[in-house]
Design a protein. Structure first.
Lengths: 301, 717
């Protein structure tokens, strides 16, 4: 398990990580979601031991990670901007990692490269951006580490490869208990792979929950009321996150369980009432708008 | 199969692959090393063989020449250290440049190693790669040299010493560059900082040395130019010394050679080693402190950045001060110091602005960081004030007599000139003189220091009157320091002290080369030598003499018949010139005073003594030049006359006038360091033209003060 407790990190005057506490359980896919500059990459770099936090504790399986090779043997970090040795080939990178990670499986790497259509003898600097990401992911998977930290790793992968990687993750999790931690702002990608989401904004954690719990605890309702009094009766006591009105049609995002909300709306006797399924993206928008992030200025991937 | 099962061979192969990808600059350096060592040895030996064939050198000489040739490429006189410096800097930049790039940092620092392990691995890779390349090329070159018959045990020793030196130099420069990297956030700044570390001590030492010569009247150019904590200076300085001494003297590769070389290189190698260790310690400290997020910054540690800026500004300010002096040197006056100070201050400020732009990489920062610029300005002005006001007492420094081990007066007019041998310290060494009468010496020095300051002030005011005996002196202090000063000992003031020093045997034995002429005696070959006696324009010579006998007679005269009192009032009557033309050309010129009875007796025995007193009947005419007609320099200062006044001449043939002129004149064709030159009236010069068969028909004399004949004054003014 990876434990972050009151983690803080500043770069000059900028607070990149502000009192972050998270627990990443073994065997689950943890998604680290956040706005640009929220501190996702910084947290991954802290977990992988690249950066030393200013304050707080990072424990990987109850052991501190910074400058601790014993712990780092269990962690493989795929950076957003991958680096490969100058003029190297996938084969040479595998040879390099073979000396670094005791459990690195070179044969499997060759096999996977072949499966993904990557020539292990071709110089990596001649690969496309997506192919380089594939090489990184395969190297990470074959390193045999318990934790695989992926920073924006799925960006730039075509749908087929993406699906293949997801399958690989699933297989690794089942076979040897791999725990992937994936940082991304591509919420649609995370939605169908992650078990647990940590939502970051301006260096702090807005929420950290299982995706299913998250969906259970937040509802989107479309309804039409006969009068304003009915509307007030229905919404009384509810934790409304977003409320939009088009004509007489109300679209309301509310924190709470479905049954509780249905009961409350029963008081208002709406003319039309329907509970809609919330996507992860909508949860993200709702939560960040609550803390002041004006999502309408941006287009999400 | 996982990597836990890798064999040692596979691990080594993998390591080689890693090195190929991370220290590829070795592939650039290797051809240079190979070309220098291997081709260098082949070319130097073949050149030596061709030379020997052309000039019919014996086998023994050829062998020595071959050893020397190989030594120049592989031994302590080699120039390949430039490549070593290049490799060290390249390896350090390549090995540690990952700290400048976030993606590389993520790659390396996320791997299961500690910072210390990573640094140790980089050091190990760099050092082993360097040693394999260097020693590999060296061994191949030595094998080739052996095949060409150009090796010997002392050459091997020289090569071994050089290999250790090369490693020492590599270690120092590698650490300096690593330190620069650890203090930088980008490659260009790291390169600039490496240059800063490499040159800054040389720059400051040079600037302060020049300031000494510029501001201080008693500064001696013999004061060695010392630089500490500079491997670059250590290596270049020793290289130039060795080339100057060993190559010019054709030193044989022998135990003496090794011993001489070790004496030269050890102090500088110690400096290089200490610098390397200090850089290593600081590199480790800053590597430990360094954080990943510093990548991309200028100089990462704020106080150090300030320090660099201040030091650069101060160096620029001082440097410009010296340039101002050089530009105005010929017309230098006291008021120009104010101009110099102003330009130094402006340069410091401008450099502060430029340094800020470079360090921040932002031209808008040009007027930022004022605090450091002001601090640098204050330091520059402080240094200027210290030098201008001599606040540290350079020009009044005279050590206490009890703190001096011994002293020396430097002889700037050596008797002997030994081609190819003159630089090896055998007879040209100031170390030969050790005056232990420090009480008298200190009194002389004190008077000389004060007088020298006055003389410099006079020079600045264009007053060039002779003010005393100009001497370079050396104090050997008990704490090991050697201090040189240039002084002008005033005439008459400390004559008793001077007499006790000059008349002492320890002065004479150190001052006159003849007491250290063992090498001249050794090189003297009777069939190839010549002794000439010159006196009053006449010359006699002989080849039938014993140099040793002459030397003994001359030594005896100096010990028994040379004294300060006599030399201060009399000029030499002649000069003995010795020429030896055997293996090395030797030339010696020794003055003869009238009191040198032993020398004169020996010259008479050889039949070359010229017992000649100039007579009126020999003289055809005397020409007198008056350089300042209309003036009287016996009552006026030499600075008073119009410098553009034309010289007037008068010629005398009347025997009475000639007689009077002869009585008023002194033959002045030689230099006598203790003669009181104030006795001469420099306004006039006398040229005596004689009849008869003289080698030089003209004799040049000076007229004594107060004795200028009235008819001369009337005819030339």
């Amino acid at each position: 398990m990876i434990e972050l407790l009151n983690l803080e990190k500043s770069f000059d005057d900028i607070k990149a990580v502000n009192r972050v506490s998270l627990n990443i359980l073994d065997g689950e896919v943890f998604g680290l979601v956040g706005t640009n500059g929220a501190g996702k990459s910084t947290i991954l770099r802290i977990i992988s031991g690249v950066i030393k936090p200013d304050e707080g504790i990072v424990l990987v399986d109850k052991r501190p990670v910074y400058d601790n090779p014993e712990v780092k043997r269990d962690v493989f970090y795929i950076s957003d901007d991958q680096y490969f040795l100058p003029n190297s080939t996938p084969e040479e990178m595998a040879v390099y990692y073979e000396n670094i990670y005791q459990n690195f499986d070179k044969l499997r790497f060759y096999k996977l490269c072949s499966g993904f259509g990557l020539d292990v003898k071709r110089r990596i600097n001649t690969f496309s951006k997506g192919m380089k990401k594939q090489v990184s992911i395969l190297l990470g998977i074959c390193a045999g580490t318990k934790y695989l930290l992926c920073d924006e790793t799925f960006d730039g992968l075509d749908p087929v490869v993406r699906q293949g990687v997801k399958s690989l993750f699933a297989g690794e999790m089942a076979d040897r208990g791999l725990t992937p931690v994936i940082a991304s702002h591509n919420l649609r990608e995370l939605e169908d792979i992650c078990d647990h989401i940590g939502l970051l904004h301006q260096g702090g954690v807005i929420l950290s929950e299982d995706i299913e719990d998250m969906k259970i605890k937040m509802q989107k309702v479309q309804c039409v009321f006969a009068s304003e009094e009915d509307e007030k009766k229905a919404l009384e006591g509810l934790n409304v996150l977003l409320h939009e009105t088009r004509g007489r049609l109300h679209t309301i995002t509310i924190r709470g369980e479905r049954e509780e909300i249905e009961r409350a709306f029963g008081r208002g006797n709406p003319i039309f009432f329907e509970v809609l399924a919330l996507s992860l993206e909508e949860i993200f928008i709702s939560e960040t708008e609550v803390v002041g992030y004006d999502i309408r200025k941006f287009v999400l991937g | 199969m996982t990597s836990a099962n890798l064999s040692l061979g596979e691990k080594l192969k993998n390591h080689r692959t890693y090195l190929n990808r991370t220290l590829w600059s070795g592939y650039i350096a290797l051809p240079f090393l190979a070309a220098y060592f291997i081709l260098g040895v082949i070319m130097m030996i073949s050149r030596t063989i061709n030379y020997a064939a052309r000039y019919n050198q014996s086998d023994a000489v050829l062998y020595q020449e071959k050893l020397r040739a190989v030594s120049r490429v592989l031994g302590v006189e080699q120039f390949g250290f430039v490549i070593v410096i290049g490799i060290a800097v390249m390896f350090a930049l390549q090995g540690f440049s990952y700290v400048f790039d976030t993606s590389k940092l993520d790659f390396y620092l996320s791997q299961p190693t500690t910072k210390a392990q990573r640094i140790a691995k980089n050091y190990f890779n760099a050092i082993t790669s360097f040693l394999i390349m260097y020693v590999g090329c060296e061994i191949i070159a030595l094998v080739i040299a052996a095949c060409m018959g150009a090796v010997g045990k002392y050459l091997y020793l020289s090569v071994l010493i050089e290999t250790i030196r090369a490693f020492n130099l590599f270690f120092a420069f590698y650490n300096i560059t690593v330190l620069a990297v650890m203090l930088s956030g980008s490659l260009p700044i790291a390169i600039l900082l490496t240059g800063f570390f490499a040159f800054i001590s040389i720059l400051f030492a040079g600037e302060l040395y020049f300031f000494n010569s510029m501001f201080f009247a008693t500064h001696s150019s013999m004061q060695p130019f010392r630089v500490w904590f500079s491997p670059l200076f250590d290596r270049f300085g020793v290289y130039l010394t060795l080339v100057d001494e060993q190559r010019s003297s054709f030193a044989l590769i022998s135990p003496e050679y090794i011993s001489n070389v070790l004496g030269r290189i050890l102090p500088r190698e110690a400096d290089t080693l200490i610098t390397g260790l200090i850089a290593f310690a600081f590199a480790l400290i800053f590597a430990k402190m360094r954080q990943a997020e510093w990548a991309g910054k200028g100089i990462v540690i704020r106080p150090f950045r300030w320090l660099v800026k201040i030091v650069v500004c101060v160096a620029a300010g001082l440097g410009v001060g010296y340039i101002v002096y050089l530009v105005y040197e010929t017309v230098w006056s006291q008021r120009l110091f104010a101009q110099m100070c102003l330009i130094m201050a402006l340069t410091t400020i401008v450099t502060g602005c430029i340094a800020e732009v470079i360090l921040e990489g932002n031209i808008r920062r040009v007027f930022k960081g004022k605090a450091q610029t002001i601090m640098a300005l204050a330091i520059v002005l402080l240094i200027f004030t210290i030098y201008r006001g001599d606040l540290l007492g350079f020009d009044s420094y005279v050590p206490a007599a009890d703190k001096i081990e011994s002293c020396a007066i430097v002889n700037n007019a050596r008797s002997f000139n030994l081609l190819n041998v003159m630089a090896n310290g055998s007879i040209y060494d100031v170390e030969m003189m050790a005056i232990t009468n420090t009480e008298d010496f200190v009194k002389i020095a004190s008077a000389g220091m004060e007088n020298r300051k006055l003389q410099k002030k006079n020079y600045d005011d264009n007053i060039y009157d002779s003010m005393g005996y100009e001497l370079e002196i050396l104090y050997r202090l008990k704490n090991g320091r050697k201090v040189y000063r240039y002084i002008t000992v005033p005439y008459d003031t400390v004559n008793e002290e001077l007499a006790r020093i000059v008349d002492s045997e320890e002065f004479k034995r150190g001052y006159f080369d003849i007491f250290n002429d063992e090498i001249v005696r050794e090189l003297d070959v009777p069939s190839l030598h010549n002794l000439v006696y010159d006196s009053m324009g006449a010359s006699e010579s002989t080849k039938n003499f014993s140099y040793e006998e002459f030397s003994e007679a001359y030594r005896k005269d100096i010990l028994d018949n040379y004294s300060f009192e006599y030399a201060s009032k009399n000029m030499p009557i002649g000069c003995v010139n010795y020429e030896g033309n055997s293996e090395n050309y030797v030339y010696g010129s020794m003055d003869v005073f009238e009191t040198y009875t032993n020398t004169i007796a020996y010259l008479k025995k050889l039949g070359i003594y010229i017992d000649y007193k100039i007579d009126v009947s020999d003289i055809r005419e005397i020409k007198v030049n008056n350089y300042f007609p209309g003036y009287d320099l016996e009552t006026e200062s030499i600075s008073d006359p119009d410098p553009n006044v034309e010289t007037s001449h008068a010629t005398y043939t009347d025997p009475e006038q000639i007689k009077e002129l002869l009585e008023a004149s002194v033959y002045n064709n030689t230099y006598n360091p203790w003669f009181d030159y104030r006795l001469f009236n420099d306004q006039y010069s006398v040229e005596i033209l004689r009849d008869g068969n003289y080698q030089y028909s003209s004799l040049y004399c000076s007229i004594l003060k107060g004795k200028v004949p009235q008819f001369v004054k009337e005819d030339t003014n």
